[in-house]
Design a protein around this ligand. Structure first.
Ligand SMILES: Cc1cc2nc3c(=O)[nH]c(=O)nc-3n(C[C@H](O)[C@H](O)[C@H](O)COP(=O)(O)OP(=O)(O)OC[C@H]3O[C@@H](n4cnc5c(N)ncnc54)[C@H](O)[C@@H]3O)c2cc1C
Ligand code: FES
Length: 251
């Protein structure tokens, strides 16, 4: 893990509020496991704490991040016209662990797709993707994954299944018997719903959890989540995560 200086080489608006940011690093980053993340210093210096982002794609000295504008830091990032200097600390945390299975199911909600994108790319045809979004417009986020024939749900019913992605998965889960594992990233409510859906069958599931972070290095304990483990009731999302066994964490 390194703190690498880079320059923003492109910051492309994909659909309103969602951007694909590419940074030209001054040197290649260490090879990352899908699910790991970086702490990015927002250009300009007005935003003091770094912000965590998943590694959407990284090749050579080019690092790409997909982000959604939600607050001060991402707002500032979205206004960058390029060539600004940023610092990238990473790769950080523990990513997804892929064991041999009959089938891999990936469940992503909205910008959660950014956290599982590199995993899907690695699994390729072995991945069955369930993507939940608010409207048809957000399908642009998975344009490069169309060859996987993803199952899609939209909250407003403008494409695919009308409703949330957990309900859509529920409609198909019984047809997916065998040695399957689910990988997921999305809003807290989606993770809760997913846990309830697969509780009876205790389907193996790894979840990428997002928490607000200050250091990203395990030092400040600002990102802890509760677990069911009496010996270790709290874990740091940045250090022991961000990927956890869904059955070990409290949501
Ligand atoms: C491991 C990890 C990977 C992530 N990967 C991505 C990614 O690939 N793309 C992406 O768009 N976002 C990702 N996020 C979330 C991203 O870090 C936050 O959206 C960002 O920090 C918000 O910064 P801000 O200054 O714009 O918003 P702030 O002003 O800090 O916050 C604005 C709003 O966002 C909420 N928020 C802030 N940080 C988080 C967080 N970490 N998780 C959930 N809600 C948060 C706040 O509660 C508030 O409501 C990731 C988070 C983690 C922990
Ligand atoms: S963000 Fe500091 S310990 Fe996790």
């Amino acid at each position: 893990m390194d703190d690498i200086e880079g320059r923003i080489s492109s910051n492309k608006l994909i659909i309103p509020n969602y951007y694909l940011l590419t940074i030209k690093l001054s040197k290649p980053m260490e090879r990352a496991v899908p699910g790991q993340f970086v702490m990015l210093r927002i250009p300009g210096g007005e935003v003091f704490l770094r912000r965590p982002f998943g590694i959407y794609h990284c090749e050579g000295r080019d690092l790409t991040i997909m982000y959604k504008v939600v607050g001060k830091g991402t707002e500032r990032l979205s206004s960058s016209q390029g060539n600004e200097i940023v610092f990238v600390l990473g790769p950080l945390g523990k990513g997804f662990h892929v064991e041999k299975r009959d089938r891999y199911v990936v469940v992503a909600g909205g910008i959660g797709i950014a956290g599982v994108h590199s995993l899907i790319k690695r699994l390729n045809e072995k991945a069955t993707l369930f993507f939940g979004c608010s409207s048809k417009e957000e399908m642009t986020l998975i344009e490069d994954l169309e060859h996987l024939n993803p199952y899609i749900s939209t909250m407003n019913g403008s494409y695919g299944y009308k409703g949330d992605v957990v309900a859509l998965l529920g409609a198909h889960l019984q047809t997916m018997k065998g040695n399957i594992e689910i990988f997921t990233c999305g809003p807290g409510l989606m993770l809760k719903g997913l846990k309830a859906l697969i509780e009876n069958d205790r389907v193996p599931c790894q979840a990428l959890v997002e928490e607000r972070m200050a250091c990203g290095l395990g030092l400040c304990f600002g990102c802890v989540i509760e677990t069911d483990d009496e010996a270790e009731p709290f874990r740091r999302v940045c250090k022991e995560g961000p990927v956890f066994d869904l059955w070990q964490i409290r949501l």
